[in-house]
Write a protein that binds this ligand. Structure first.
Ligand code: NAD
Length: 325
């Protein structure tokens, strides 16, 4: 067992989190993560309406009696979702843990805190972590440049970002971006975090609700299998490298591209079909550099147990004995 301030605060067995993932963070995966003793998050905006989110939370409760949370991400969207309505659905469902991410979370954090909800804010810069701490969040998920999805615009990898944040942030912090195995967990603890957040690694599990062919492609892909899109729009996203991401990169390289020029390529609805139909080239889908460390498709239970068991072995064998005189 690896106990940290994070496991104590959130009442989970292991310092491992499955963070928000559009189209992937559904009850099937989140309940499996919870039953494995880690902390999973249902992705609110994956559900087409707040009412559907309420039903998804109920479905998850039927599959686990362990703690789980809901992710609410606020990013530019082609059709901005009704964030406040989703927030109300989360609160009214009696959820006790929320992961926020993206821009200006203050109003959401305030409302969640008024209802006694613990908030983990995921962010990609030390200044944003400090601002979230001042807002009153309970923990920070600090997300390095390696991550899938939106790494921000500073391009600071976890090896620097995590200890920089740990030097200043006082509340518990988990490390995100590039984590997929026991070595990453031990490194995160050494860098000053109290646990890890994994997205891409959890996509590649038995219970992950995406097509088997996509999981197999992730196993086959190495650490170079991502592209950065939306750089010129200051909304950088790391996505799986494919024919569509390459087309977007080529359009952006020409200069002056607007969202309207690429909307037909990047829409989330197209990405959803990738996961449903198993065609990796149908649209844009998120994946991180950690694909280079993914070599199998285990159950969530086997994955979490393996990471914790091997992390304990590394801490005992390598740090305690051979490295310290
Ligand atoms: P979408 O179809 O609305 O947009 C597709 C992509 O284009 C997204 O990455 C979006 O950020 C980007 N985009 C849209 N308008 C833009 C603009 N004006 N400038 C720059 N970039 C722009 O998005 P979607 O994939 O269907 O996602 C729907 C919602 O889910 C969004 O509100 C987003 O915030 C959220 N989301 C959540 C997660 C998560 O892990 N929780 C991940 C991705 C997206």
């Amino acid at each position: 067992m690896i106990k940290t301030r994070f496991t104590e605060m959130f009442g989970v067995q292991h310092p491992i989190v499955q963070g928000g993932m559009q189209w992937v963070g559904r009850a099937q995966l989140v309940s499996a993560v919870a039953n494995a003793g880690a902390l999973g998050f249902i992705t609110a905006l994956t559900q087409p309406t707040p009412e559907e989110l309420t039903k998804e939370i109920k479905r998850c409760r039927e599959m686990t009696d362990k703690p789980f949370g809901v992710n609410l991400t606020i990013l530019p969207a082609l059709k901005p979702p009704p964030y406040a309505e989703y927030r109300h659905a989360i609160i009214e469902s009696g959820i006790k843990i929320v992961e926020t991410a993206g821009y200006k979370p203050q109003e959401h954090v305030d409302h969640f805190k008024q209802h006694g909800i613990k908030v983990i804010h995921k962010c990609t810069a030390v200044r944003h972590a400090l601002s979230a701490e001042r807002m009153g969040v309970d923990a920070i998920s600090i997300d390095g440049f390696e991550c899938a999805g939106h790494p921000g615009e500073d391009d600071i990898p976890g090896l620097i970002l995590i200890p920089c944040a740990a030097d200043k942030v006082k509340i518990p912090m988990i490390a995100s971006g590039g984590f997929g195995d026991a070595r990453g967990l031990v490194a995160a603890l050494a860098l000053g975090a109290e646990g890890i957040n994994m997205g891409t690694r959890f996509m590649c599990t038995v219970e992950s609700p995406i097509h088997q062919k996509i999981k197999e492609q992730m196993v086959a892909t190495d650490e170079r299998g991502t592209d950065l899109i939306f750089r010129t729009l200051h909304n950088t996203a790391r996505v799986a490298k494919n024919a569509v991401s390459q087309e977007v990169v080529a359009i952006e390289r020409k200069g002056g591209a607007k969202i309207e020029d690429i909307a037909h390529l990047v829409s989330g609805q197209r990405g959803k079909v990738v996961y449903e139909a198993g065609d990796p080239n149908h649209g844009i889908w998120s994946a991180g550099m950690v694909q280079g460390l993914i070599h199998d498709i285990p159950t969530c239970k086997d994955l979490v147990e393996r990471i914790v068991r091997e992390a304990e072995q590394i801490i005992r064998a390598r740090l305690d004995k051979s490295l310290v005189a």
